[in-house]
Design a protein around this ligand. Structure first.
Ligand SMILES: *Cc1c(COP(=O)(O)O)cnc(C)c1O
Length: 476
């Protein structure tokens, strides 16, 4: 073997076609696959654990091994019965776009290296700015690896703009339903525990405005400096949207940065109901959306939008000598100046190609369908004697539990039976359906953002749930 990595053109083609065939086969048969897989560390070690080999082997053999062992040991988050966490329905065009971006290894840090890559990010960012009614000329944004990185990028920008270098008295606010990535980001940024206010939500899982106002006022009395509120536009647990208009009013009056974490629910802006639920989102200073969730993109692509692009460049520009020649014209954006990464893959390509190919219309229809099907599930469960809704259909998420009318189960019994229903469903790979905790109750949660999910998929899943519940309670 020589000291290079090249294959002949024919070898590359036959190897590449094999992979394309595998991916196409996968997409064409998703419904027939199992949504859930489970394996222990011991089982995986017994398959994979070995030293890095000194000598290579046939590429086909390595590929065969991967196809036999990696793929079947990964859950299919695009499966129509994958209801847990946030499913990854993805789409085929974007899948191929990612292959193109990687195949040509297009560097998306600076304009000078890849002007088209930067232009695509500018253009797609403009589409997003317009969607959320952010100013297109003045506003800006950047694609990140995901929502976590977008939130981190937002909070560091907020801190830079609001607090400058001294943030020892700064206080940041968020609700107890805000996503954990925000707390992670706050910790990464070196805030102390005393600088973080996690505020309780009301019975519908929205931030309590009263609690927020109290907290800000009391912190000012203590000589602290409230600087940022993180609102949720679609919590991951329940799809609940915080009262964005009220929050915007308070943030304006108090001089707080308003960050909206729309990583889960932001895409709902493309449906009528979603747009109504998200009213006020246009008043945010910064907004996280997460195209690898409800914009149907493959992992990894998140996005941060801001009202004024100079906020990002003022936070992230550094000018090392070796980047001197790249600087150039200001309209020619170097995205390494807008965020944390210097070397970046071309994330914009999949977003661009999928929207160009399918049109916004297809995205709108899919998202409208997702919201509708969750409401249909709610209606079905309301009419059932066995099921109780804990949080109604909100932006395609619904939480419920098995609690039959005539049985008078105690709270611990209800928790137990619901936990066990999930375990049985997962064990038998009927569906990917896990529990969450709401008001300390164990509940089952469905996130229905897959356009392939039919009402029958849901009905079948409930049929299994009812069966298992009866087994667990020895009703048969
Ligand atoms: C998923 C999620 C995140 C984190 O996004 P990643 O893409 O997983 O990093 C942040 N906020 C909310 C509301 C989310 O649902």
């Amino acid at each position: 073997m020589s000291a290079h990595f090249d294959l002949s053109k024919d070898e590359m083609k036959s190897y590449g076609y094999k992979i394309v065939d595998l991916i196409a086969e996968h997409w064409a048969t998703i419904e027939e696959q199992k949504p859930v897989v489970k394996a222990t560390r011991e089982e995986m070690d017994s398959v994979f654990l070995q030293e890095a080999p000194e000598k290579g082997m046939s590429a086909d053999k390595v590929l065969d091994f991967v196809v036999e062992n990696v793929i079947p040991n990964s859950s299919v988050t695009a499966h129509p019965k994958a209801f847990s966490f946030v499913p990854g329905p993805s789409n085929f065009i974007s899948t191929m776009a990612d292959s193109l971006a990687t195949g040509f290894n297009i560097f998306s840090g600076g304009w000078m290296v890849s002007p088209a890559a930067a232009e695509l990010e500018i253009v797609t960012m403009n589409w997003l700015l317009k969607m959320y009614d952010f100013p297109v000329a003045k506003g800006g944004g950047i694609f990140t690896s995901g929502g976590s990185m977008a939130n981190l990028t937002a909070i560091v920008t907020a801190r830079r703009l609001k607090c400058g270098d001294d943030f020892s008295k700064a206080v940041i606010y968020l609700s107890d339903q805000a996503h954990s990535s925000n707390i992670k980001a706050i910790r990464v940024l070196g805030f102390k525990k005393e600088q973080i206010r996690i505020l309780p939500t009301d019975i519908e899982f929205r931030i309590s405005m009263n609690k927020l106002k109290n907290a800000i006022a009391k912190d000012r009395l203590e000589g602290l400096e409230p600087f940022c509120f993180i609102a949720s536009a679609g919590t991951t647990n329940t799809g609940t949207v915080d009262p964005l208009e009220d929050i915007a009013d308070i943030c304006e009056a108090e001089g707080l940065w308003m960050h909206v974490d729309g990583a889960y629910g932001g895409a709902a802006i493309l449906s009528e109901k979603g747009a109504r639920a998200l009213r006020g989102i246009e008043r945010a200073d910064s907004l996280t959306v997460d195209p690898h969730k409800w914009f149907f993109q493959p992992y990894e692509i998140g996005c941060l939008l801001v009202k004024d692009s100079s906020w990002l460049s003022n936070t992230f520009s550094e000018k090392p000598e070796y980047l001197r020649d790249i600087e150039g014209n200001e309209s020619e954006i170097n995205f390494y100046d807008y965020g944390i990464q210097l070397t970046r893959r071309l994330r914009a390509l999949k977003f661009y190609m999928s929207i160009k190919t399918y049109g916004l219309e297809t995205f709108k229809k899919a998202i409208t369908y997702n919201i509708q099907i969750a409401e249909d599930v709610e209606r079905m469960l309301r009419k059932s004697r066995n099921w109780e809704i804990i949080s109604p259909a909100n932006l395609a998420i619904i939480n419920f539990r098995y609690n039959p009318l005539h049985l008078d189960l105690t709270e611990p019994q209800i928790d137990e039976v619901n936990q066990k229903i999930s375990e049985k469903i997962m064990e038998n790979a009927d569906a990917f359906l896990v529990t969450t905790l709401l008001n300390k109750q164990v509940v089952l949660r469905m996130c229905l953002i897959n356009p392939k999910t039919t009402f029958k998929d849901v009905e079948d899943t409930f049929l299994r749930c009812n069966l298992y519940a009866e087994e667990i309670l020895n009703l048969k």
